[in-house]
Design a protein around this ligand. Structure first.
Ligand SMILES: *[C@@H]1O[C@H](CO)[C@@H](O)[C@H](O)[C@H]1NC(C)=O
Ligand SMILES: *[C@@H]1O[C@H](CO)[C@@H](O)[C@H](O)[C@H]1NC(C)=O
Ligand SMILES: *[C@@H]1O[C@H](CO)[C@@H](O)[C@H](O)[C@H]1NC(C)=O
Ligand SMILES: *[C@@H]1O[C@H](CO)[C@@H](O)[C@H](O)[C@H]1NC(C)=O
Ligand SMILES: *[C@@H]1O[C@H](CO)[C@@H](O)[C@H](O)[C@H]1NC(C)=O
Ligand SMILES: *[C@@H]1O[C@H](CO)[C@@H](O)[C@H](O)[C@H]1NC(C)=O
Ligand SMILES: *[C@@H]1O[C@H](CO)[C@@H](O)[C@H](O)[C@H]1NC(C)=O
Ligand SMILES: *[C@@H]1O[C@H](CO)[C@@H](O)[C@H](O)[C@H]1NC(C)=O
Ligand SMILES: *[C@@H]1O[C@H](CO)[C@@H](O)[C@H](O)[C@H]1NC(C)=O
Ligand SMILES: *[C@@H]1O[C@H](CO)[C@@H](O)[C@H](O)[C@H]1NC(C)=O
Ligand SMILES: *[C@@H]1O[C@H](CO)[C@@H](O)[C@H](O)[C@H]1NC(C)=O
Ligand SMILES: [Cu+2]
Length: 588
């Protein structure tokens, strides 16, 4: 993987102690309104039959294959229907996976290794010839509906600075039979990689089907490396471990159990507001283990789940995470954390020091984030993620040399950027019967409504995201750009909902809904991000520069068709209907 490793004695693991406060997350929504008995053949939203009991930690963590895409040679990745084992006690599972051929396709797909400023060419083909999707398609949602049936895909490179025709636009889907969505231009994608070293990921983004395709396995990692930018002596090679987290529920025959009866089947027969499974998969295995040496490991974690957030901590509280990077790449300075909350689509880049852990010790990586009410998770299975066994290094193997800088990238000047920013307010909303069929919305607008987020290219905006939904958390993602969290501010939703106060007035005003002053971002949310948790009863203020972080201009024109999108990265929300266009106006 990545870079070569140096082979000398270890240096000290750096200190920097920071306290962080945990924030609760919930995806809670509504109690089911229609009483439907789950039958043998159906899976009711929020009431899936428990997966077969699987003994955790019996299989080693697999590492997805890697493909070097920094050579200028185009590669082709196909989406295929594949059979893969998630656990020795369960029959094989059918997934949709990516690979260079049917035989090499995997879930998760291969990790693509790109180099900064070296253009990569990736063609995505669709070789899924199923006439019906693995999971139940809800035809009451706005969804890709190919004339000749089949399983449409549109692959988005999440976090990439690329032209919108290569962005995996939701309407740019295509099928194995050759049907295409209205925004489809090409399957041959060009990624300039003109952005900082960062952990991106590719995943399906098809309109109305993203939750199904991603849950079926169409996800993979994409790392941009930069020799100039990357500290030379971070853990690498076998000490750098990608971890792709997803949760799923399984039938005894090994198939994925995805609900086919929705929460409100009168209006949306299949759609369920959250998919939460009772089985945690890491790189495609249920609760795997990893043998580690007494060294420093770099864990590059992606939450690829539909709805589930993870709050990860080691079973031994002396084990900490030193976070060095986030969605957009390196932090300015490392942050020490005892736990790290990872919402869907978040990437966290952490160092873990096993040097003083005695050989023979096992450490559990546990999850304490709460399920939704709908999942009714009474089993503790999702409290475990994986296990690390500290083992003796084979005699004669090289020592690890590690050096962790105190500073990584220059800290952006927030006040200078904010000084020239335009203000924009957007809202997270929900529409319920009888006013409308249940949908999550952005500023009360549906996907098909005329665009409203049309910033000027090369301008900077401040976005205030008001969470105006009675409960839950929403991870909000913007395509093309990275942003900084300026602050989070709590307000009284009950009073707001009763029109007893205003969100337009500052905290100090007696008629303000705010119940406290703005709070700085959580330690784990400092840095360039592309997805941010917005909790119930809060307003999150983002600083969004609509230009590359280098300060240079894009090498391509971001104003062309079909444009970008912004949306909730709870994929079950995104599909109904929490996504909007993000279209750029030419600069003046
Ligand atoms: C996470 O760590 C913070 C800071 O130490 C602590 O306040 C919080 O309770 C922890 N949360 C969980 C769920 O362990
Ligand atoms: C089950 O999956 C494994 C990969 O996990 C594969 O090697 C094997 O061929 C599969 N078995 C069947 C019967 O498809
Ligand atoms: C697996 O079991 C489920 C539930 O009984 C069933 O709906 C599904 O068709 C089965 N899948 C296969 C491949 O047999
Ligand atoms: C973590 O998981 C392990 C394995 O299930 C369990 O024994 C341990 O009690 C858990 N620790 C915490 C703090 O939840
Ligand atoms: C949750 O599951 C428990 C145990 O299976 C059951 O008794 C309870 O009624 C369920 N609650 C809901 C809200 O479905
Ligand atoms: C940030 O920008 C402001 C306003 O332009 C300037 O006054 C300040 O010195 C800058 N701070 C740093 C650390 O460069
Ligand atoms: C609600 O759904 C029904 C059935 O799918 C549809 O006929 C109706 O137009 C929808 N109403 C709204 C307000 O979207
Ligand atoms: C967001 O909600 C606030 C409070 O109801 C309202 O004043 C504002 O106009 C809404 N903004 C948008 C863009 O809909
Ligand atoms: C919000 O306002 C309601 C009604 O005035 C009050 O009962 C409740 O305690 C307030 N909640 C918070 C978090 O301030
Ligand atoms: C919000 O207000 C409506 C009436 O306007 C009420 O029906 C609803 O229960 C309120 N919701 C909350 C969470 O306060
Ligand atoms: C970027 O583009 C804008 C608008 O076209 C132009 O005014 C500006 O000079 C360009 N900046 C650079 C660094 O090329
Ligand atoms: Cu959401």
């Amino acid at each position: 993987m990545g870079r070569n490793c140096s082979k000398t004695e270890s240096l000290a693991f750096p200190p920097t102690l920071t306290t962080i406060s945990h924030f609760a997350l919930l995806f809670v929504l509504l109690a089911p309104t229609s009483v439907i008995r789950a039958q043998d053949v159906h899976s009711l939203c929020g009431d899936l039959a428990a997966s077969p009991t699987l003994t955790p930690f019996v299989e080693p963590l697999p590492i997805p294959p890697t493909i070097d895409i920094s050579t200028g040679v185009p590669i082709t990745l196909g989406a295929y229907k594949i059979s893969q084992s998630i656990h020795p006690d369960l029959p094989n599972t059918t997934f949709y996976g990516f690979g260079t051929s049917q035989d090499t396709a995997t879930y998760p797909g291969p990790t693509l290794e790109a180099k900064k400023d070296v253009t990569s060419y990736v063609r995505f083909e669709n070789h899924i010839t199923d006439s019906e999707h693995l999971f139940a398609v809800d035809r009451t949602l706005h969804h890709a509906n190919p004339t000749n049936g089949g399983v449409p895909i549109s692959v988005h490179l999440h976090g990439a600075d690329s032209e919108s025709k290569y962005d995996g636009h939701p309407e740019a889907w295509h099928t194995a039979a050759g049907d295409r969505g209205q925004a489809f231009i090409t399957a041959d994608n060009v990624y300039p990689n003109e952005q900082p070293a960062s952990p991106l990921w590719y995943h399906d983004h098809t309109i109305g089907l993203t939750r199904l395709n991603s849950a079926a396995g169409l996800v993979g990692l994409y790392f941009i490396r930069s020799q100039a930018e990357e500290p030379p002596f971070l853990p690498c090679g076998e000490y750098e471990i990608p971890l792709v987290l997803q949760d799923k529920q399984f039938f005894p025959n090994g198939s994925i159990n995805f609900p086919d009866i929705g929460q409100m089947p009168d209006v949306h027969p299949q759609w369920c507001p959250d998919y939460m499974g009772d089985t945690i998969l890491v790189n495609g295995k249920a609760w795997p283990y990893l043998n580690v040496y007494q060294g420093v490991y770099r864990l590059r974690i992606l939450n690829g789940a539909n709805s589930r957030a993870f709050t990860l901590a080691f079973s031994d509280c002396r084990m900490k995470f030193l976070q060095i990077g986030t969605d957009g790449g390196y932090l300015w300075a490392p942050v020490e954390l005892v736990n790290v909350t990872i919402a869907p689509a978040y990437r966290v880049d952490v160092l873990v020091d096993f040097r003083s852990v005695p050989c023979g010790t096992s450490l559990f990586l546990n999850n304490s984030a709460v399920d939704t009410i709908l999942s009714n998770d009474t089993t503790p299975t999702t409290n475990n993620v994986m296990k690390f066994n500290v083992v003796e290094k084979p005699p004669g193997s090289p020592d690890q040399y590690v050096e962790i800088p105190e500073f990584f990238i220059p800290m952006p000047n927030v006040s200078a950027l904010a000084a020239k920013a335009k203000y924009r307010n957007v809202n997270l909303t929900v529409t319920l019967p009888p006013k409308g069929n249940i949908s999550f919305l952005l500023s009360d607008k549906h996907w098909v409504d005329p665009p409203t987020e049309t910033p000027q290219l090369y301008s900077t905006e401040i976005w205030d995201i008001f969470h105006l939904i009675p409960s839950g958390m929403h991870p909000i993602h913007l395509h093309l750009v990275n942003f900084l969290v300026m602050h989070t501010q709590a307000f009284n939703f009950t009073q707001f909902n009763a029109s007893e106060c205003s969100l337009q007035l500052p905290y100090t005003d007696p008629s303000s809904c705010f119940i406290g002053p703005p709070q700085p971002p959580q330690p784990a949310e400092i840095g360039w991000k592309d997805t941010i948790i917005v909790n119930h009863g809060t307003v999150v203020r983002l600083l969004v520069p609509f230009f590359p972080r280098s300060g240079a201009n894009y090498s391509f024109d971001p104003t062309t068709f079909p444009g970008y999108v912004w949306h909730c990265h709870n994929l079950d929300h995104e599909d109904n209907d929490m996504m909007r266009p993000l279209l750029f106006q030419p600069p003046v």
